[in-house]
Design a protein around this ligand. Structure first.
Ligand code: E4P
Length: 414
């Protein structure tokens, strides 16, 4: 068995699905996928292609020759619908043999490592996620070189192999230049003041979302509840308008925004809601466009200037569809158009797996019910491990850490 890294790219058609299809066909063709990078978005290059590319890299075990692997790649490209096109043109699927763990290799039509690997961030960045040890022909590592501009990680492939030590997206081993984005924010999805106070103490709550159902469930006064939440959490607090027509939504929204600078006006993703969002955005009022159930609605909300869009993951799952795929597609769409500043706020979160998937998809925010947020830091092995450490500590002669450290600091003049 030899280890190879294959670069995947697509700029035409359903790009993500095509890359996932290529993964399955590689596996079926005998190239055992050990690890798959994240998906990277890169602008068209070479002056011919017009569409942004999605790129990834896979590390495979292959028992045949390098040229037999290359032949498999060409047949997969054909099966995916690739047709002859000029160099650098848009492609349904592009598969390149990038690197081999066996070292440099040359034969007619095949040079490894790929001769232009070091010049292309869309190939090098994914490759380094699955083969951080990769070196060029002269044995110099690619990792740690001056970062190349151009591409950003935007998600993962749904059909990446699920198990094995390498069968997960590998983190970058060198530059963090694409990780400048802030970590996914955690909003608390509740109007319960006790829950908000308790969760605030965890120090991980960045904001709060409410909706008419959550307010009604608590039985308190709407405005007093929003005002109180604003005193507890110093971050965006969503308060929803309840009206049929845009004019009334705008009227309510402008008043809600006066309660506190942190209030974000929540507006339904209806025709009237979009009119209201456009007007509120134009007036400099932050909005959270809610009840989003398909990616194109999120594009509409962004074009109306929404600060946040709330796609309802759990409610999509409830009707037998994949709610998280909607989040991935919205993140992809927004990444295609950097002028869109709307943040994806994954809502209707039902369990920690949703939070994990939202983070992997690159959602800007997840709004999480109290019970689910508490589960994020719970694990039975943490509890049993902690109990074992505590029990073991009983046999240590001097257990007074504070006293010991204080004496040590004094003795050492600190
Ligand atoms: C938050 O903004 C939404 O209103 C909320 O997440 C909806 O969640 P649900 O589908 O559990 O009601």
């Amino acid at each position: 068995m030899s280890v190879y890294v294959i670069g995947l790219g697509s700029s035409l058609g359903p790009r993500r699905q095509t890359l996932e299809l290529a993964l399955r066909l590689l596996d079926l063709g005998g190239a055992r996928v050990q690890a798959c990078s994240r998906v990277h978005l890169s602008p068209p290059s070479g002056g011919v292609a017009r569409n942004p590319f999605l790129n990834a890299a896979v590390r495979v075990d292959w028992s045949g020759t390098a040229s037999a692997l290359l032949k498999l790649l060409k047949s997969i490209e054909q099966r995916a619908g690739r047709r002859d096109a000029p160099r650098w043109a848009d492609r349904v699927l592009d598969l390149d043999l990038l690197w081999s763990a066996r070292g440099a290799h040359r034969e007619p039509g095949l040079v490894l490592p790929h001769p232009r690997l070091a010049e292309r961030s869309f190939a090098l960045d994914p490759l380094l996620e699955v083969a951080p040890e990769a070196c060029d022909e002269a044995g110099r590592p690619y990792a740690g070189r001056q970062p190349l501009p151009g591409c950003a990680a935007v998600g993962v492939l749904a059909h990446a192999p699920p198990s094995g030590s390498l069968a997960r997206p590998q983190q970058r081993q060198y530059s963090q230049r694409h990780s400048g984005a802030p970590a996914m924010k955690f909003f608390l999805d509740t109007a319960n003041l006790d829950e908000i106070r308790q969760a605030k103490a965890w120090g991980i709550v960045d904001g709060v979302t409410t909706n008419p159902s959550l307010i009604a469930k608590e039985g308190g006064d709407f405005i007093a509840t929003i005002a109180e939440i604003c005193t507890i959490v110093d971050g965006p607090i969503s308060a929803e308008v309840v009206a049929e027509d845009a004019a009334e939504m705008v009227r309510q929204g402008k008043l809600l925004a006066r309660i506190h600078d942190n209030v974000v006006v929540k507006v339904p993703l209806t025709e009237q809601g979009i009119i209201a969002t456009s007007q509120l955005s134009a007036a400099g009022i932050k909005t959270n466009v809610t009840l989003c159930f398909q990616p194109v609605q999120a594009l509409v909300a962004a074009k109306a200037g929404a600060t946040y869009v709330s796609p309802f993951v759990g409610r999509i799952d409830d009707v037998g569809r994949d709610g998280m795929q909607m989040i991935e597609q919205i993140v992809d769409i927004y990444a295609n158009y950097p002028d869109l500043e709307t943040q994806v706020l994954a809502a209707s979160i039902r369990h920690p797996q949703h939070v994990l998937q939202a983070a992997l998809a690159g959602s800007h925010v997840a709004t999480i019910p109290f019970g689910v947020m508490r589960k994020l830091f719970a694990h039975p092995l943490t509890d049993t491990g902690n109990a074992a450490f505590t029990a073991a500590w009983d046999s240590v002669p001097d257990k007074d850490i504070v006293g010991q450290v204080t004496r040590w600091l004094q003795d050492n003049g600190r």
